[in-house]
Design a protein around this ligand. Structure first.
Ligand SMILES: Cc1ncc(COP(=O)(O)O)c(C=O)c1O
Length: 483
């Protein structure tokens, strides 16, 4: 955004309300709004922290923003030296307007945000606050209240499924999905080795054994060829994971499952909105599982969801998440259940997040396009997959580094990026190599991906300049090593 446009988007008339200030904070995306007089002079500054404190302190959205603004906030003046400007910043002051001698804002200086580029960051705003405020004001803070059902309906719709059951984590969602299918002691469940550990842990919670298989080199997801080879008379289900936002190759998996009479549970924790051959993931297998953890595409802080078209399974899961209590008889329990309920407070955030899932998904693809543009010609890099049958949502934009070409290994690159203020994450260490599951298997594709892969900052608020900084830092690290 041009400086002038940015200042305009952050500005509110001096007589504006807190609601208008929140909108300006959202528009400017710098956590701050400016109050400006009719003739364009600076009249005060309102930060997102000021708004939060005001609402918690009992102010309403229609309160004049001037009641909470800070006219005395630190300001830079045209002509100040760099040293004088640096003096204005502190742990708490991360942004200062620059005023000319008529008190008009001509620039904004922000503490260089690029030194703190995070891998993921939730995108919270006014809508979440309004929904949560409703829960607080009405006292519907536990699992009763309108938002849980609303979120379930919205999510079922989003996935094109008849039923959705909200729970308090993605891991609980996996656990309930497996339990509802009757998976238990002595059973085997096929999972990719290259995934987050929750996929396998949920199988173990049921007393069943996770059986690890290798990944496809091109999609990075579970390889159907190895799925078939791993089936035994004890196998009950397959859990393909749509890793980092890219769908698994579902048709061959569904075909194998149907030939061997196995259930398919999609672990779509990282892939809200991804498409396999035009179909939303989660609604393709018998059940689909999602996470709403803070780093996910939409979040409720902690939370999860299971979607399905099977009424019997949806009903069983709704009972299991509530201590196994029969819906028609209070405090009556025929099965061992759990407290996996999502709260109305969390669902309130989730409903607001679902209102903006399309813009969030669009932002993820925009970030991916920008990275791809900057990095595509760099020798020694493999960009994230997008198979011709797939629509990747690029939850975390992840790349592979070939040390023999790049002259720098994955771990050294991560260190170099860290010094440039760029946070990264390694791909998950394969589960068959983890102390808790160590099977002694050799799964070369998963091992190679995990040893060479890393995820780059993919937060929704990442700007093109941020992505350019990341890409330039990758380039710099590569060329430094080649010298
Ligand atoms: C592939 C995968 N499955 C399951 C989970 C578990 O979700 P949660 O953290 O909400 O329990 C996660 C993420 O955290 C994940 O990435």
């Amino acid at each position: 955004m041009e400086t002038r446009d940015r200042i305009k988007s952050m500005s509110v008339p001096a007589g504006g309300t807190i609601r208008e200030a929140m909108k300006a904070i959202d528009r400017g995306a710098l956590g701050t709004a400016f109050l400006v007089t009719d003739d364009g002079r600076f009249a005060g500054l309102v930060s997102d922290g000021d708004v939060r404190r005001a609402l918690l302190g009992g102010h309403g959205l229609e309160t004049p923003a001037s009641e909470i603004s800070r006219p005395e906030a630190r300001k830079a003046r045209v002509g100040m030296s760099a040293a004088e400007i640096a003096e204005l910043f502190s742990e708490r002051v991360r942004l200062v307007p620059v005023l000319d001698d008529t008190d008009r804002i001509v620039d904004v200086i922000v503490f260089d945000k690029r030194v703190h580029l995070q891998v993921a960051e939730p995108s919270m705003g006014e809508e979440e606050l309004i929904n949560v405020t409703e829960c607080v004001l009405t006292n519907w803070v536990s699992s009763g209240g309108r938002f849980v059902t609303m979120l379930e309906e919205r999510f079922a719709d989003f996935c094109g499924c008849k039923y959705a059951v909200a729970v308090n984590t993605g891991t609980a969602a996996l656990h309930l999905a497996l339990l509802a299918l009757g998976i238990g002691r002595g059973d085997e469940v096929i999972v990719p080795s290259l995934t987050f550990i929750a996929t396998a842990n949920a199988v173990a919670y049921c007393g069943a054994t996770p059986v690890f298989v290798d990944s496809e080199p091109d999609s990075w997801n579970i390889d159907p060829v190895f799925v078939e080879a791993a089936i035994t008379p004890r196998t009950k289900a397959i859990v393909p994971v749509h890793l980092y936002g890219h769908p698994a190759n579902m048709d061959p998996i569904a075909e194998i499952a149907s030939r061997h009479n196995l259930a398919v549970i999609e672990d779509a924790a990282e892939a809200h909105g991804a498409l396999y051959k035009g179909r939303r993931v989660g609604g393709i297998g018998d059940l689909g599982v999602f996470s709403f953890y803070g780093n996910k595409i939409v979040t409720t802080g902690e939370g999860g969801m299971i979607v399905t078209n099977r009424k019997d399974v949806a009903e069983a899961m709704a009972i299991l998440r509530n201590h196994g209590m029969r819906p028609e008889r209070r405090y009556w329990h025929e099965t061992l259940g759990y407290n996996y309920r999502l709260t109305n407070l969390q669902a309130a955030v989730g409903v607001a997040q679902m209102d903006k899932i399309e813009p969030i998904l669009a932002a993820k693809r925009r970030i991916a396009r920008t990275y791809t543009e900057y990095l595509k010609d760099l020798p020694g890099i493999t960009l994230p997959p997008e198979m011709d049958w797939a629509h990747n949502v690029f939850w975390l934009y992840s790349i592979l580094v070939d040390e023999s070409v790049a002259g720098i290994g994955r771990d050294a690159l991560m260190e170099a990026l860290q010094s440039a203020g760029v946070e990264t994450r390694p791909l998950f260490p394969p589960l068959h190599t983890q102390p808790i599951y160590a099977t002694g298997q050799s799964l070369p594709v998963a091992e190679r991906l995990a040893a060479t892969g890393l995820s780059l900052p993919s937060a929704v608020g990442l700007t093109d300049e941020d992505a350019s900084h990341v890409a330039e830092s990758v380039r710099a690290a590569f060329s430094t090593q080649r010298v």
